[in-house]
Every structure is written in structure tokens, then in C-alpha cells.
Ligand binder design. Structure first.
Ligand SMILES: CC(C)(COP(=O)(O)OP(=O)(O)OC[C@H]1O[C@@H](n2cnc3c(N)ncnc32)[C@H](O)[C@@H]1OP(=O)(O)O)[C@@H](O)C(=O)NCCC(=O)NCCS
Length: 141
């Protein structure tokens, strides 16, 4: 639920919430800085997949899914569809993603979508006052 509240809050804040399709924040150059898709089941937002910090044909992939929906193959399907859209329609050439060490589901989603493992970065994030290591992945068109 925290992911859902954060996501809806951010998209309302930028005036871009939609139940399906894209949510965009426009940079001065006219290119979107971020694009998000809602994962909608029966009219309810149960997750999101999107690209952030887009510049120079690169973007960071992010996603979340409501716990009740885990393990049904939804995120693998959503990531594959979003990545294909990003290469085709957004002109991205490189997509990168960071996964907290220990998040095996997320890591597997990226592997299944064809991402290449780049390595580990030590202590670059902080959660609940603890430094966390991340696995870095990328997908190049
Ligand atoms: C990580 C997350 C996106 C996975 O979504 P999902 O729809 O359940 O994933 P899928 O059903 O497509 O499963 C993809 C693969 O991961 C595996 N998997 C899923 N959860 C797993 C877990 N906890 N441990 C090990 N493997 C797991 C599945 O078995 C599947 O692999 P397989 O086909 O080889 O069996 C979802 O759990 C989530 O939103 N978590 C909370 C937020 C988060 O972690 N976001 C990502 C931040 S980087």
C-alpha cells in the first residue's frame, strides 16, 4: 500500500495521474523526464512500471506491484511491454535498473526481461538508517 500511495501521490502532484497509459513530466526541451504506466486490474491500480531520469537516450526503470498480485507473472509481462515501448516510442537506447540485494523477485524479473547484470554497488542507498547494497542491471537496444 505504501508503494501505491507514493506513486499516486507523486503522479497527482505532477497533475498526470491516469488509470492507464502514460504519466509524463515535461522537461524544458520538450522531452519527458519520466513516463509511468499504471497496472490496472478491474479499474484498480495494483502496480506501476515506468522510466525516470530520462536524458541522453537513457532512463532508469522502476516498478512495484501490490503484494496480492505477486507470483502471477504480471511484472515480467509489464516490464517486457514497457521496455519495448521505451525503445520504440521514447527513443531510449539504454535502460538501467537497481535492485536491493536480497530482492530475488525483482532481480529475476530483470533477468527474464533480458537485462545484463553489471555488478554490485556497496552501500549506495540507505533504508531505516542502514546502508544497502544494490545490484545494477542494464539493457541496451
Ligand atoms: C519484485 C516484484 C516486482 C515481482 O513481481 P511479480 O509479478 O511477482 O514477478 P513475476 O511473477 O513476473 O515473477 C518473475 C520471476 O521472479 C520469481 N520470483 C518472484 N518473487 C520471488 C521471490 N520472492 N524470490 C525468488 N523468486 C521470485 C518468479 O518465480 C519468476 O521467476 P520464474 O519464472 O523463473 O519462476 C514484486 O514482488 C514487487 O513489486 N515487489 C515490491 C516492490 C519492489 O521490489 N520493486 C522493485 C524494486 S527494484
Amino acid at each position: 500500500m505504501d508503494h501505491a500511495r507514493d506513486w499516486i501521490g507523486k503522479n497527482i502532484a505532477t497533475g498526470t495521474t491516469r488509470t492507464t497509459g502514460t504519466a509524463k513530466k515535461t522537461q524544458t526541451a520538450g522531452l519527458p523526464e519520466s513516463v509511468s504506466f499504471a497496472i490496472d486490474i478491474g479499474g484498480n491500480v495494483v502496480g506501476s512500471v515506468g522510466f525516470h531520469n530520462m536524458k541522453d537516450n537513457e532512463g532508469e526503470l522502476g516498478y512495484w506491484l501490490a503484494e496480492k498480485q505477486w507470483g502471477k507473472g504480471l511484472m515480467t509481462e509489464a516490464v517486457e511491454a514497457a521496455v519495448s515501448f521505451a525503445f520504440r516510442e521514447l527513443g531510449l537506447r539504454r535502460i538501467y535498473a537497481n535492485v536491493f540485494v536480497g530482492n530475488e523477485g525483482s532481480r529475476r524479473v530483470l533477468e527474464k526481461a533480458g537485462f545484463t547484470y553489471k555488478g554490485i554497488t556497496k552501500g549506495c542507498h540507505e533504508k531505516d538508517g542502514k546502508k544497502i547494497d544494490v545490484h545494477e542491471f542494464e539493457l541496451i537496444q
